[in-house]
Design a binder for this molecule. Sequence first.
Ligand code: CUA
Length: 175
Amino acid sequence: MHVDPLEKKWVWIASIMVAIMLGSIFYTAFAPIRMHPPSNVEAIDSTQLHLSEEFAEDNLGVKTNPDGSVTVTVVAGRYGFYPQEIVVPADTPVKFRFATPDVLHGLHVPGTNVDTMVIPGYVSEVNTVINYDTVAKVAVKDGNGGLRVPLYCNEYCGLGHHFMWSRLVVTPKQG
Ligand code: CUA
C-alpha cells in the first residue's frame, strides 16, 4: 500500500500529540504532586445561604479548631469572595469551605493547591496545608511577614468576572 510521505509525517505528528496528552493524564494521576480530586459531595440550598447557620454573613471567615487546624468559610458570589480578606497560618491544616448564592464560580490561589469550582447547590471543600516558602515565591510581603496573595475567580461568571477576587494573607506558623 502506498502512503504519501507527507501523510506519513502527519500520522507521526498526530500520534505524538496523542501520546503527550495521554502521558499528561497519567502523570497527573500518578506523579507525587499535590493534586486531589474534589473530596466531598455535600448539597446546600444556594437560595437560602444567608439563612443557613454556616454560611450566614456573621459566621463567615476563619475559625481555629481545638486541634489547632483552621476552618475557613467563604461565600463566592457575583462579584467577590466574602469575607474580602482571609488570614490563615502557614504550615497548618486548613479546611476551606465555599458556597455560592448565584452562579458557577471558580477559585484559585497562586502558590497553593487551592483550586476548585464553586457550584450552585453544593459546598466545595478543599483541605490543604499552605507552604510558606512556596507562597512566598509569588506573594507580596507585608511588614509582619504576612504573605498576600489574591484569591480569584477562574470560571467566567458574568460581566464582573474579571474583578472577582479577594485577598488571602498567609502568616508564618506560630511558635
Ligand atoms: Cu466568579 Cu468568575
